[in-house]
Design a protein around this ligand. Structure first.
Ligand SMILES: Cc1cc2nc3c(=O)[nH]c(=O)nc-3n(C[C@H](O)[C@H](O)[C@H](O)COP(=O)(O)O)c2cc1C
Length: 183
């Protein structure tokens, strides 16, 4: 089985997750790790499984990822697993955190799912974790999203650590679970 781990990452968070997924994927399989800038949708045809990663932009997958998906022909033969880093809380956290995730990052998984559904491609699963935002995005979040002073200091304390070792371990676990579905 041939595996591609590819990602769109502007500030390196999603790349770190991609590297963890690649590390696990390459243990027992032929695997490639590629920046999405270095591939085209035609390359997907060479793989049995594609782990496709994106930074979350404007509450959805980043535009280059959406564009790549749009160009991918139906029933291409590869299976797909998605991963995303975002500056929202993770979906497993409490109510406030969950609604932030839903509003600001919840479209990512839906975009993967609808792409896979519409194109008859098997979607095997999704991983997400927090990723520290760049300074302008941090300012936007402070000004527009996490405006409460106390919430902001809690948020900042948490987000600045991600992705952390635990996220990387979870990403490796995610990769193992996906590989377990097709081995
Ligand atoms: C232009 C831009 C828009 C963003 N929009 C969102 C967003 O809507 N929701 C969110 O949770 N994070 C958003 N972020 C934060 C990034 O998704 C997050 O920091 C991610 O970990 C960055 O990944 P990267 O280092 O791989 O580029 C945005 C970042 C940028 C640069």
């Amino acid at each position: 089985m041939k595996i591609l781990v590819t990602y769109h990452s502007v500030t390196g968070n999603t790349k770190k997750i991609a590297e963890a997924i690649y590390e696990t994927s390459s243990e027992n399989h032929e695997a490639d790790l590629k920046d999405m800038n270095d591939i085209s949708m035609k390359d997907f045809a060479n793989y049995d499984l594609v782990f496709l990663g994106s930074a979350c932009h404007d509450s959805d997958l980043a535009l280059p990822v959406l564009q790549l998906l749009e160009q991918t022909p139906s029933a291409s033969g590869f299976k797909l697993a998605g991963f995303v880093t975002h500056a929202s809380y993770t979906s497993e956290a409490g109510e406030y955190e969950k609604s932030m995730y839903e509003q600001w990052a919840g479209k990512c998984i839906k975009s993967f799912e609808s792409f896979a559904h519409n194109n008859n491609i098997k979607f095997l699963g999704f991983f997400n974790c927090m990723g520290i935002p760049s300074p302008p995005i941090e300012k936007f979040i402070h000004d527009q999203i996490v405006t409460d002073k106390e919430q902001w200091s809690i948020y900042l304390e948490i987000i600045k650590k991600h992705p952390d070792e635990n996220d990387l371990a979870n990403a490796r676990e995610f990769a193992r679970a996906i590989l377990g579905q097709i081995d």
